[in-house]
Design a protein around this ligand. Sequence first.
Ligand code: ASP
Length: 341
Amino acid sequence: MSKSKVLLIYTGGTIGMMQDVKTGQLKPFDFKHLTEQIPELNKFDIVLSSVSFEKPIDSSDMQPSVWIEIAKLIEKNYDKVDGFVILHGSDTMSFTASALSFMLENLSKPVILTGSQLPIGTIRTDGKENLITAIEIAASKEKKKSIVSEVCIYFEFQLYRGNRTHKFNAEQFQAFQTSNYPVLAEAGVNLKYNKAALKKANTKKLKIHTSLNPNIAILKVFPGITPNVVEAIVNAKGLKGIILETFGSGNASTQKWFIDSIKKAIDKGIVVLNVTQCNAGKVEQGKYATSAAFKKIGVIGGADITSEAAVAKLMFVLGSSSSKKEIEKSLKTDLRGEITV
Ligand code: ASP
């Protein structure tokens, strides 16, 4: 049987950093020397190739233009390899995983994002295990077909659906969770896949979407939010979409000025998507009186979408269509396993 082939894409983040002996600062190491850092990689029965961004970035500097670059790299190499591992900083990994899930339609191969909390050169690094197992997952097949055929995050012994994740811990090695979706696989003595939760393999041809519209805002409500702040956001020049981060199951203040501001935005053609501030559970507009007005004025309920996936989905949907009807339909539809409908 021929060996599985995996392409590593190094974008930056802590995982690829090393401490400079002179300055003590963290800086990216030359990715060509990866096997010197992780000799275990030589033991794999996998053909590994790698590409590194010329200037690796801290993921806090991530931009939609970089998502497009990654999606194009995947498209270019799609027929040459069996799976992809993307090394990425953990801070915005959930946003990138979500964006790629929308940009890569009909995916039938694994795209696994991973990183670490401690640089790979440090003794207690979590990066080695994360990288080694991510590669193993990207190469894993059953009956000649990839076991995983979606965009995932692998971190600290768990494989997650990328567009369901959020980074919830800046300290512990277990940095991610998917409160509204089961874990896709667990790495213990064996790699145990939760096959019922994995996306079914796609038989259609990969289609990439590279048109993203970043003219969106997140409006997180809080008790005491003032009209000036809300007005400044809804009147932002060129704004096309608002993610309204609400309390509990989609609730917010019933004050007239607040509802009027949101209605004015919708009347102007701005798409407003209601997403809960809670980590788990979903938006149900109309359940409480404090969300009934949203339903009436045309706010779209985001169900159980994460804010990270909402950002990516809104950019993707606004970039793909200008029809209000189509945009609304896409936001209410489960496109890539990102919502439960
Ligand atoms: N600030 C880093 C980044 O997101 C943290 C990490 O790599 O985990 O790039």
